[in-house]
Design a protein around this ligand. Structure first.
Ligand SMILES: Nc1nc2c(ncn2[C@@H]2O[C@H](COP(=O)(O)OP(=O)(O)OP(=O)(O)O)[C@@H](O)[C@H]2O)c(=O)[nH]1
Ligand SMILES: [Mg+2]
Length: 451
């Protein structure tokens, strides 16, 4: 789904991730590419313009979060704005207190109205509802029969009053809803005739059907494959017959994303459902957050970012930076950091989220078994040893190895590594105006402000 848009955006962010601090120029360069990617995905140009402006403003004014790298921050902003673009919260169908809840499907020819009627019936039924279908497309030959076949497959009754092509659908619609009411159906789903474009006669007819049935939801069914053209039509449509929401179909095809990403902002109505295939089960409530996550290829990454924010509280992070600054970082702190990281779950790509260590460590490969070993070794040390590892001579090393079920060699190499990390920290902090540290994405003014 939206593969090429997804690839493009992920490429932009991969580039951003290689940078430590982001300048305004970096952000602008990235956003230029985001803009192009969206335009190529056939998103409405005004929508793109507003989107990029919003992201830029937020990226430039974002509070520097201690737990995210600058690139992660930009990604997070893009993600949140994408969710907004797709409608924010998931829109849910609310049942009318006086059944039946009337749902009417309208839209262009071939957009998938009849199929979605069947799918919605199936969806509601599988949730314990007892919907009914009403066949009000008396324009296309065999339209009524198509709905009857679907109804039979789903096991939901279909209300029809003949299938005379050209007959007036208004009485059928009225009688259908009345029937649903008297038979205690909770939802009445009305299928209507498609139109090639916004055809005056058919629009007038649709307006009368809407009048007669007073729908709780008038849905416009939009074929996502058509792209933003469909959205322009939807906008016109909505001006003639106000709609309550959109059902987006054919998201399974090679739709580029234009329709999905433009419709909310252009038409101003939420997307309620998405059709994702020809089968009855290929239908789901539309979740803006999930689609945004899929587009950015980061379904799990957002969770990771959130976890990082939850796990590393600001105070602790500052305390840790303070220690780094004074080169007082001990094995004890090392252990603590490691345990925090572990709390967040799988380790790959997570070191980059450790506050103050920045993105330069992102690509370090971590062996989880190695971590367990290191943890065991540090835990076998006395508090004194953790603070002053230089006192750990040969006999202590043997004791620690025994206590942690490791070899003396393992203890040796941990101590050696820790020493070089310590030295690296000292070197970084002692350097001219902290140039190195800045290069690593550590905000020096923040560091110096504490203390
Ligand atoms: N791939 C895919 N095909 C779909 C989806 N929804 C519907 N279709 C197909 O799209 C075609 C048109 O669907 P219909 O439901 O007949 O469309 P309609 O809007 O009722 O068409 P008219 O009544 O002629 O205006 C059919 O071949 C459906 O199988 C979907 O989500 N994905
Ligand atoms: Mg139809």
């Amino acid at each position: 789904m939206f593969q090429s848009l997804s690839d493009r955006l992920q490429g932009v962010f991969d580039k951003l991730r290689t940078k430590g601090r982001l300048t305004e120029k970096d952000i602008d360069a990235a956003l230029r590419e985001v803009r192009l990617a969206l335009l190529e995905a056939d998103v409405n140009f005004k929508v793109v313009k507003n989107f990029v402006t919003r992201v830029r403003d937020k990226a430039l004014s974002a509070d520097v979060s201690q737990s995210l790298t600058p690139a992660q921050q930009v990604i997070k902003i893009v993600h949140l704005e994408l969710i907004e673009l797709l409608g924010g919260e998931s829109a849910k169908l609310k049942m009318s207190p006086v059944p039946p809840t009337v749902v009417l499907m309208a839209g262009l020819q071939g957009s998938g109205k009849t199929t979605q009627c069947g799918k919605l019936a199936h969806h509601l039924k599988s949730k314990g509802g007892n919907p009914m279908l009403i066949a009000c497309d008396l324009q296309r030959p065999a339209a009524v029969q198509q709905l009857e076949v679907l109804g039979e497959r789903v096991g939901v009754p279909v209300f029809t009053e003949g299938a005379d092509v050209g007959a007036d659908p208004v009485p059928v619609a009225k009688a259908g809803v009345e029937h649903a009411r008297s038979f205690g159906r909770d939802v009445a789903i009305v299928d209507t005739a498609g139109r090639l474009a916004i055809d005056e006669e058919l629009m007038a007819q649709l307006a009368r059907v809407v009048d007669a049935t007073n729908p709780d939801y008038t849905f416009l069914v939009i074929d996502a494959m058509i792209g933003q053209d469909a959205v322009t039509t939807a906008d016109h449509f909505n001006r003639e017959i106000p709609i309550d929401g959109v059902v987006l179909t054919k998201l399974d095809g090679d739709a580029r994303g234009g329709a999905a990403l433009s419709v909310r902002e252009v038409v101003g109505k939420p997307i309620y459902f998405a059709g994702t295939g020809e089968k009855l089960g290929d239908f789901e409530p539309f979740h803006p957050d999930r689609l945004a996550g899929r587009i950015l290829g980061m379904g799990d990454m957002l969770t990771l970012i959130e976890k990082a924010e939850e796990t590393f509280d600001l105070e602790q992070a500052q305390e840790m930076q303070e220690k780094l600054r004074k080169a007082q970082f001990t094995l004890e702190d090392f252990l603590q950091q490691m345990q925090q990281v572990k709390k967040m779950g799988p380790l790959t790509n997570m070191l980059g989220m450790i506050p103050g260590l920045g993105s330069q460590l992102k690509d370090v490969e971590i062996d989880e078994r190695e971590m367990v070993k290191i943890e065991a070794i540090i835990q076998s040390m006395t508090p004194q040893e953790r603070i002053h590892p230089e006192i750990i001579k040969h006999s202590r090393r043997q004791r620690i190895a025994r206590g942690s079920g490791t070899e003396v060699q393992d203890v040796n190499s941990l101590l050696k590594e820790f020493k070089s990390v310590q030295q690296m920290m000292k070197g970084l902090l002692g350097g001219k105006k902290g140039k190195l540290l800045r290069g690593l994405g550590v905000d020096l003014s923040k560091l110096q402000g504490m203390g």
